[in-house]
Design a protein around this ligand. Structure first.
Ligand SMILES: Nc1ncnc2c1ncn2[C@@H]1O[C@H](COP(=O)(O)OP(=O)(O)O)[C@@H](O)[C@H]1O
Ligand SMILES: [Mg+2]
Length: 505
């Protein structure tokens, strides 16, 4: 039970940490009371792990202070953290597979350990917290859920008073998750504190006394859990700055850019992976298509972008029937494509920046004389301008694209597609695997295109991305399209429900 007036066990003040140009933590204030379960919620890349690894002594902050029970402390290593009663279970476990549970638990602790006594103590601890483990089992033989338990028991063994769990349910079955949540409550009842890092709203709501929300390195809010709800938290997580633009752009008066009518497409195994799908995207509008991977989104995107022939139905671009056209013809007709697999189909890894930036355009008059002789100077100048304008970070123009970071490859693909002045952009998982800085850049670029009247068809399995960009949202489920719905009339929970059940909640 948390007494609200109790002084915090932990207080972090003004924590700032940059990695290169990325501010992973930007002046974060954060505190945890004794006996409290505190959720730390935020999208991927928001800075949650960084903040907690600073607390655990794995990173040194660029600025900020840490107080434990009111006294300022310096934490230079996990050992310092443990001495203060702070312990952390990471996203990927740090156990030695050939050692037994027992050996792993005493590993790195000072003094000699009698293994029999240790085993006995582990049994007691794990029983009293409902976290049964066999102290003699070889860690490498245990399933992941069990390995996580071992790490938690290790923290308890070392006497943790504050335990940080980084995305703990990601590796657990629902039953294991429920038992973990029971453990978390029992730990809090003993007056110890738990921080649960998560990007799942339900989890933050279910398990915690308070929720702190991080977005792009900043803490945007802390709420007592009982005073908030999924709607508010999702808005805090995703950000409200884009909200006012949403809904405005979908205007029935605008002309149609892409029309898909009764489209059916076969997948890898010959069965229909996309069944009788119809929708329209208007100029200047973003239509987001959400769905759990494997529900036909990729196949649909491939059929629209000319990578796969539809079995039935029609695709029209600016009122021209382009069904079955090849990618090159579609590009000429005004379609741009940011593909799902950027390394395999988005660019040629062994080519340098110049070559990749003009990929598919090497016959145009600005780059070749009579379509044959390449005008290398013009190509380089064009590449130079583009690299500057799009802030693509590479050692030089002759760098092979395969050595660039994911974010820079994606910028390169966007830059190339944008320079073609498209009328329609089909973007598939455009920010998957990118860091916050690059994600923001990609989002801004897409919104900018849309403001200039480009129609955008966005496929994304990241719901917060779908919500922060789209005017209308559709869901793919078992090859069928649900919606589109105006994004002002649906919420993350509703769309999430449709993604997993195929019907409205
Ligand atoms: N060791 C590192 N080197 C460079 N960038 C990093 C490092 N660790 C994290 N980042 C970057 O800092 C940002 C925050 O990351 P992280 O704290 O892991 O976020 P979260 O845990 O909320 O998903 C991301 O943009 C990530 O790419
Ligand atoms: Mg993380």
């Amino acid at each position: 039970m948390v007494v609200e007036t109790q002084p915090p066990f932990l207080e972090m003040r003004g924590i700032t940490k940059a990695f290169g140009g990325i501010l992973a933590n930007d002046r974060i204030d954060f505190d945890v009371r004794p006996g409290e379960v505190h959720a730390l919620l935020g999208e991927n890349g928001a800075g949650k792990t960084t903040l907690m690894e600073i607390l655990y002594g794995l990173y040194t902050p660029d600025a900020g202070e840490i107080y434990v029970e009111g006294k300022q402390v310096q934490i230079h290593s996990p050992l310092d953290a443990m001495r203060l009663g702070i312990d952390m279970v990471h996203q990927s476990f740090m156990l030695i597979p050939v050692f037994s549970v027992c050996e792993n638990i005493v590993l790195g602790m000072a003094g000699r350990h009698d293994l029999r006594q240790t085993a006995e103590k582990i049994r007691e601890l794990s029983q009293s917290f409902g976290l049964e483990v066999d102290p003699m089992a070889r860690t490498g033989d245990l399933p992941v859920g069990m390995q996580q338990r071992v790490e938690i028991v290790r923290a308890l063994y070392r006497g943790a008073r504050l335990l940080v769990l980084d995305e703990p349910t990601a590796v657990l079955t629902p039953i294991e998750s429920a038992s973990l949540m029971r453990f978390v409550r029992s730990m809090a009842l003993e007056g110890r504190s738990v921080i649960i890092i998560t990007h799942k709203l339900e989890e933050a709501l279910e398990a915690s006394d308070r929720v702190a929300v991080l977005r792009r390195g900043r803490k945007v809010a802390t709420r007592p859990t009982r005073d908030t709800d999924a709607r508010e938290l999702s808005r805090l997580m995703v950000g409200r700055e884009l909200e006012s633009a949403i809904g405005r752009r979908h205007d029935e008066g605008r002309s149609s850019c892409l029309a898909v009518e009764h489209l059916s497409v076969r997948g890898e195994h010959g069965a229909l992976a996309c069944k009788d799908v119809s929708f329209e995207v208007r100029c200047g509008e973003i239509l987001g298509v959400a769905g759990v991977t494997g529900n036909g989104q990729s196949v649909l995107a491939e059929a629209i972008t000319g990578l796969r022939r539809p079995a039935d139905g029609r695709v029209s671009l600016l009122e021209v029937d382009v069904t079955g056209w090849r990618p090159r013809a579609l590009i000429r007709a005004g379609m741009a494509h940011v593909p799902e697999d950027r390394k395999a189909t988005g660019c040629v890894g062994a080519f340098n920046l110049v070559e990749n930036l003009i990929l598919g355009r090497h016959r145009e008059s600005s780059f070749a004389q009579r379509g044959l002789i390449l005008r290398r100077r013009a190509m380089r100048e064009f590449a130079e301008r583009t690299v500057q304008k799009f802030d693509i970070r590479a050692a030089g123009l002759d760098t092979a694209t395969e050595v660039l970071s994911g974010g820079n490859v994606q910028k390169l693909i966007l830059a190339r597609e944008l320079q073609r002045n498209p009328k329609l952009l089909v973007a598939v998982e455009p920010t998957r695997g990118l860091d916050v800085g690059a994600i923001e850049y990609v989002h801004r670029t897409i919104l900018g295109m849309c403001d200039r009247g480009v129609a955008v068809l966005l496929f994304s399995s990241d719901l917060s991305e779908v919500f922060s960009l789209s005017d209308r949202i559709a869901v793919m489920y078992h090859g069928r399209l649900l919606g589109p719905f105006p994004s002002t009339e649906v919420d993350i929970e509703g769309i999430g429900y449709m993604m997993t059940r195929g019907i409205a909640a």
